[in-house]
Design a protein around this ligand. Structure first.
Ligand SMILES: NC(=O)c1ccc[n+]([C@@H]2O[C@H](COP(=O)([O-])OP(=O)(O)OC[C@H]3O[C@@H](n4cnc5c(N)ncnc54)[C@H](OP(=O)(O)O)[C@@H]3O)[C@@H](O)[C@H]2O)c1
Length: 329
């Protein structure tokens, strides 16, 4: 089977390559084997290849934080999935044609789910949901502000917030995205700038914003903090700028704004397995009924991994870059 390997950390399109390796073999009693049908290239995968991600395993290593697979074999003690089921995998190293994993790591998703959306189910929808529901108790009518609003996470936050009556102020890098985001349910949109707080106040008429979501870091964190009300919370969950978050002392001490961080695996690892499965079942149904989706710009074959990685790093994409390891596309 084919698998992606990196032998050193560096520019993803230079360090990643596909290799032929032996098949994964039959499952042990508590294991599941599945074919990987599709995987996305997420910002975390790009950082992983560069060696700037929080996890930096010994090399060679296989990237891949998520995928959708179809079960081909299950061990004698695995009861919750059977061959033919579509599954997502809670563990990493998914950039390969096949995986053999612990049964408890695979979560079945409904049959007939669109494979492109299913490939992106594990990380971004759950991140959007938990950012919205676990950082600050928000009630209908409250505002939140988020940057990277046109990212997959940003586009998922909008309908999830809308369904709860929470209003969203959406910060992007170009005004041409406003129509798209309003169609998803965005209440307001604004282009990021040094005058962000003034532009936001004009649109909210000064209504307090209780939560700021920041995935840019660097000085962008401070611009989000300047928009959040006194005693509000800024949650940093990404670093598209490649920098650490920077916030003014006056926001922290004079205005009482709190800066917190979020990583999906931290809350998820504290939940019982039944709760994790229930979260993904509910999110899968919201994807299937069209409430939640993330656009896709292009699907590549596994042999084209270098082109796919270069493409995933372009600005102003209209959607995710996916790889389908089993078919030429
Ligand atoms: N903490 C967690 O558990 C967790 C989980 C999931 C995702 N995340 C983070 O969430 C963020 C979004 O992920 P995604 O998969 O939704 O992303 P995505 O769909 O690949 O979109 C990337 C976004 O980043 C923007 N961007 C790129 N470089 C930028 C820069 N230098 N300054 C400002 N914006 C920039 C792009 O804007 P343009 O369209 O203008 O180029 C686009 O909106 C990433 O930082 C990711 O690491 C974190």
């Amino acid at each position: 089977m084919k698998q992606i390997l990196i032998d050193r950390y560096g520019p993803p399109e230079e360090v990643a390559r596909y290799v032929d390796v032996p098949d994964v073999g039959a499952p042990g009693a508590d294991e599941v084997v599945f074919d990987v049908l599709m995987f996305p290239i997420n910002p975390a995968d790009i950082s992983f290849c560069r060696g700037t991600y929080r996890l930096k395993p010994a090399l060679p290593a296989t990237p891949g934080a998520e995928c959708i697979g179809r079960v081909t074999a299950v061990g004698a003690r695995v009861a919750h999935v059977t061959p033919g089921d579509l599954v997502i995998n809670l563990q990493r190293e998914n950039w390969a044609q096949q995986r053999r994993v612990k049964g408890t790591d695979v979560i079945p998703v409904p049959p007939g789910m669109d494979l492109q959306q299913a490939a992106m189910l594990r990380i971004n929808p759950a991140t959007a949901l938990l950012l919205l529901t676990t950082i600050v108790p928000l009630k209908p009518g409250d505002w939140l502000i988020q940057n990277v609003a046109n990212s997959a996470v940003g586009r998922l936050v909008i309908p999830l917030a809308r369904a709860r009556g929470i209003r969203t102020m959406n910060v992007v890098r170009r005004a041409s995205l406003f129509g798209d985001l309003k169609a998803l349910g965005a209440d307001a949109c604004v282009v990021d700038s040094a005058e962000l707080a003034d532009a936001v106040t004009t649109q909210t008429a000064g209504a307090p914003i209780r939560l700021g979501l920041d995935a840019v870091s660097g000085r962008a964190t401070g611009r989000i903090a300047a928009c959040v009300a006194d005693d509000g919370v800024v949650c940093n969950y990404g670093a598209m700028s490649g920098e650490d978050p920077v916030m003014s002392r006056s926001a922290l001490s004079a205005r009482g704004v709190t800066l917190v961080g979020f990583t999906l695996t931290r809350p998820l690892s504290t939940y019982p397995l039944e709760k994790v499965r229930a979260i993904y079942t509910d999110l899968a149904h919201q994807v299937m009924d069209g409430t939640l989706s993330a656009p896709v710009e292009q699907v590549y074959a596994i042999e084209e991994i270098k082109d796919a990685l270069a493409h995933a790093q372009r600005a102003e994409r209209t959607g995710k870059i996916l790889v389908a390891p089993h078919e030429a596309v």
